[in-house]
Design a protein around this ligand. Structure first.
Ligand code: ZN
Length: 677
C-alpha cells in the first residue's frame, strides 16, 4: 500500500516512535519507494519544520540520500540541511536575508533537538556495542594474518600497503556485514587510520624529530608487540604525543592569543558590495598523489568555495565547488584584503564571499577568523595520537646522480657544487618539462620579483642538466622528487630567467642557459610538506611573526606582497587542515598597513603602498591597548615610542585606555556607515 507522505504528518510525534515496520511512501515529486521505519521516524520530526517553510516534500529530502556509506552519521543532518537550503535558495533566487537564514537554522535546530531528546528513551535500537570477539573475528581472518606475516618477512612499505588493501577487502566481505567494527569502519565513525593500526599493521613509526625508523612495526595493536624493538619504537610515538599535548599545545595556544589580539581591529562585515573589486591571479591546485597512487594532498577547489571570481567572459561568478574546469588553471580571484569599503574596520560580504553568511553580525570578524583557524591547529595537536598512520614523508636524501652536482642546505634548498658551472665548458643549460613549469609565462611579466609565489610557478619531478662542448653534448637527468617533497624553482633562478629569457625545445620542454647563474645561490627549493603539526604551527607563526623587510630605493618593502602572504598561508595550513581562503584573507588584512616606509601602521585600507608587517608592528604600533594586553606591561608603559601619535585608536580594547578618543572614532565610523547605507 502506498502512503502519501502527507499522511505521515497525521501520526503524532510520540506514536511515531512506536513504529516498527517499513512503509511504501509516495513523495510529492511522485516518486514511490520503500522507506525503513527508522528513517520515517527521523523524517516525521523534520516534517513539521518542512511544512513551516513550505518546502516541497520531494524524494531527495529522504534520509537515505544523505547517508555516508549507507549509515546515519553526524554528517547526515548537515547534508539534509544543505539540500533544504539549496531548495530554498533556488526558490528565493539567492536573495534570502540573513535574518531569514537565521530563522531557518533555528527552526531546524529545534526539530533535530526535539528528535534527539525523544530518542534518548528509545535508544536501544540505535546503539552499537563492540565486543572483543568482534575485533578478533576480523583480526584472525586467514587472508589478513597471511598479509601481516608477509609484511614481517619483507619489512617494506609495499608490504604494509598490501596489509591495508587486504584489510579493506576483509572489511567489505559480506560475512562481516553486521560486525560492529565493520560498521565503524564503513561509517567513518572511527578514523580508518586507527582501524588500520588496530587490525592491520602499525606501520612506519617516526622519532620525535620526524625521522622515520627504517624497520616498521608489522604487527597490529590487537596482536601486540612482537619484540623489544616494536615496544621501543612505539614508545617514541607516545613521547611525541606527550610533547605535543604539553609544550606544543602551549605554543599553539599562545599563537592563537596573539592572532586574536592582532586581528581584533577588523570588527564587522558590511553586508553588500564595496563595488571596487580587485582580482588576484590564483592557481587552483589539483589533488596530488604520491608514487603509490595514494592521495597526498587535496586540491584547492573545496577551500575556495563561496569566493567570487571573474570568469573569462568578464562576469563575476561564485564558486560552488563543482567547477572542475577551473582545476589546474589560473583564475582571477576577488580578495578581501583589497576590499575598498570606506570603513577600514569592515570588509564587504562580496569581497569575503559566501562564507560571510556563516558569520553573525554581533561577532567580531577578526576574532572569529583567528579562532576558527587556530582551533583547527590546536585540535589537530591534541588528536595527533588518533591521526597517527604509517609515516611516509622523509628528509631530502640526494639521488647519486644529483649528489654529483648539487648540495642540500637546511633540508630545503639545493645549490650547485663549486666548479659545475665551470668556464671550460662551452655551454651549460637546464632542460625541464613545460607542464611542470606552468607559471613561467606569467612570471616573465612580473615587475616586482618579491611578489612571486614560487610554489605557483613550478613543481619539478626531474630536470636535465646539459653540457654542450665542441666535441659532444652530455645530458644528465636529475630526479628531484623525494618522498612527498617536490622541488620548485627558487627566486634566484626565476630572476635569472626573467633577465635572460627561456626557449622551447622538442615541443615538450623549456631550456634556460645557466652559465652565468651564481652557484652560491639556491636553484631549487623544497616545499615543506613534513606533516608534523608542531612544525606546521611553528612555520605558520613564523610567517606572521617576524617579517623581513627589503630596502628598494628609499622605500622599505615586505618580503611578501599581501596576496602572496595569503596564498603562502593557504598552502601551508591546507597541507592537513581545511581552511577556507576567505578566513586567511581577513586574517592577512589585519597585518596590512598603510605605509611601511613612513611607519604608518594603521589598517591598510585603500593604501597605495599597502604592505604586510609582523605581529610586533601590528600589536605594538597600531593600537596601544592591545600592546599593553600582549606582554611585558611594565616595559610598555615606560616605552615612549609606543605613545607617539601614530599609535591610533583602532581596537575595541581602546575603550579601557582612551574612552574619549574611542568614542570620537566610533562616531566618525557611524558617519561613514550612514554615508554608505
Ligand atoms: Zn569589498
Amino acid at each position: 500500500m502506498r502512503i502519501p507522505i502527507q499522511n505521515i504528518m497525521k501520526i503524532g510525534l510520540d506514536d511515531i516512535l512506536e513504529l516498527k515496520k517499513n512503509m511504501i511512501i509516495k513523495f510529492e515529486d511522485d516518486v514511490v519507494m520503500e522507506c525503513n521505519y527508522k528513517g520515517i521516524i527521523t523524517f516525521r520530526y523534520l516534517l513539521a519544520f518542512y511544512k513551516k517553510f513550505n518546502i516541497k516534500l520531494t524524494s531527495d529530502l529522504w534520509i537515505t540520500n544523505n547517508l555516508t556509506n549507507g549509515l546515519f552519521t553526524n554528517n547526515t543532518y548537515l547534508k539534509i540541511y544543505s539540500s533544504i537550503f539549496k531548495q530554498l535558495a533556488k526558490v528565493s533566487n539567492r536573495i534570502m536575508s540573513n535574518k531569514a537564514k537565521l530563522k531557518l537554522f533555528k527552526e531546524y535546530y529545534i526539530a533535530i533537538d526535539t528528535l534527539n531528546k525523544k530518542l534518548v528513551i528509545h535508544t536501544v535500537d540505535y546503539c552499537l556495542g563492540v565486543e572483543v570477539e568482534d575485533i578478533l573475528k576480523i583480526q584472525f581472518d586467514s587472508r589478513l594474518m597471511e598479509a601481516i606475516h608477509e609484511a614481517s618477512v619483507n619489512n617494506s612499505k609495499s608490504a604494509i600497503d598490501h596489509v591495508y588493501d587486504i584489510l579493506d577487502e576483509v572489511m567489505n566481505d559480506e560475512k562481516y556485514r553486521h560486525n560492529p567494527i565493520r560498521l565503524l569502519y564503513a561509517s567513518k565513525t572511527v578514523s580508518i587510520g586507527q582501524i588500520r593500526q588496530l587490525l592491520g599493521s602499525r606501520g612506519y613509526i617516526t622519532e620525535m624529530d620526524s625521522k622515520i625508523f627504517n624497520i616498521p612495526m608489522t604487527n597490529s595493536f590487537a596482536l601486540g608487540f612482537k619484540n623489544i624493538y616494536d615496544a621501543a619504537i612505539e614508545s617514541r610515538a607516545g613521547s611525541k604525543a606527550m610533547y605535543l599535548s604539553s609544550k606544543a599545545i602551549q605554543d599553539a595556544e599562545y599563537m592563537a592569543r596573539e592572532l586574536q589580539l592582532a586581528t581584533m581591529t577588523i570588527e564587522n562585515i558590511y553586508r553588500g558590495d564595496c563595488g571596487n573589486p580587485t582580482y588576484v591571479d590564483f592557481y587552483v591546485n589539483p589533488d596530488s598523489y604520491n608514487s603509490t597512487g595514494d592521495l597526498e594532498r587535496k586540491g584547492d577547489l573545496p577551500n575556495i568555495i563561496g569566493k567570487r571570481y571573474k570568469d573569462t567572459d568578464g562576469k563575476e561568478k561564485i564558486i560552488d565547488g563543482n567547477e572542475k574546469h577551473l582545476i589546474s588553471t589560473y583564475i582571477k580571484l576577488r580578495m578581501a584584503i583589497y576590499c575598498s569599503h570606506p570603513d577600514k574596520h569592515s570588509i564587504c560580504s562580496a569581497c569575503i564571499g559566501e562564507i560571510a553568511d556563516s558569520i553573525l553580525d554581533h561577532q567580531n570578524l577578526g576574532h572569529i577568523t583567528a579562532t576558527t583557524a587556530s582551533a583547527g591547529m590546536s585540535q589537530a595537536l591534541l588528536s595527533t595520537k588518533h591521526l597517527l598512520t604509517s609515516a611516509s614523508s622523509a628528509n631530502i636524501r640526494l639521488d647519486a646522480a644529483v649528489a654529483k652536482y648539487m648540495l642540500v642546505r637546511n633540508n630545503e634548498k639545493l645549490i650547485f657544487k663549486a666548479g659545475v658551472l665551470g668556464k671550460k665548458i662551452k655551454r651549460v643549460y637546464l632542460k625541464f618539462r613545460q607542464r611542470e613549469a606552468w607559471g613561467l609565462e606569467n612570471v616573465m611579466n612580473v615587475k616586482d620579483i618579491f611578489s612571486i609565489n614560487i610554489n605557483k610557478v613550478s613543481r619539478l619531478s626531474s630536470v636535465f642538466l646539459v653540457f654542450e662542448s665542441k666535441r659532444e653534448t652530455v645530458e644528465i637527468e636529475l630526479p628531484l622528487k623525494y618522498a612527498s617533497r617536490r622541488a620548485v624553482f627558487s627566486i634566484d633562478i626565476l630572476s635569472h630567467i626573467i633577465k635572460h629569457g627561456y626557449n622551447t625545445a622538442d615541443e615538450e620542454f623549456y631550456i634556460i642557459d645557466i652559465n652565468d647563474f651564481d652557484n652560491k645561490r639556491p636553484i631549487f627549493m623544497y616545499d615543506k610538506v613534513e606533516f608534523d603539526f608542531a612544525a606546521l604551527i611553528k612555520e605558520f607563526k613564523g610567517k606572521l611573526k617576524t617579517r623581513k623587510y627589503k630596502q628598494v630605493g628609499d622605500k622599505y618593502k615586505s618580503e611578501y606582497a599581501p596576496h602572496v602572504l595569503v596564498q603562502t598561508l593557504f598552502e601551508l595550513i591546507n597541507n592537513k587542515l581545511n581552511v577556507n581562503i576567505a578566513l586567511l584573507e581577513i586574517m592577512t588584512y589585519a597585518f596590512a598597513v598603510q605605509d611601511l616606509t613612513n611607519r604608518n601602521f594603521d589598517l591598510g585600507r585603500n593604501a597605495v603602498n599597502k604592505d604586510v608587517v609582523g605581529f610586533r608592528e601590528v600589536i605594538d604600533y597600531r593600537t596601544i591597548s592591545t600592546s599593553y594586553n600582549w606582554d611585558n606591561l611594565q616595559g610598555k608603559v615606560l616605552n615612549p615610542v609606543l605613545h607617539l601619535p601614530y599609535n591610533k585608536c583602532s581596537s575595541p580594547m581602546d575603550t579601557f585606555l582612551c574612552p574619549n578618543e574611542t568614542i570620537k572614532d566610533e562616531k566618525q565610523r557611524q558617519a561613514i556607515r550612514n554615508l554608505v547605507t
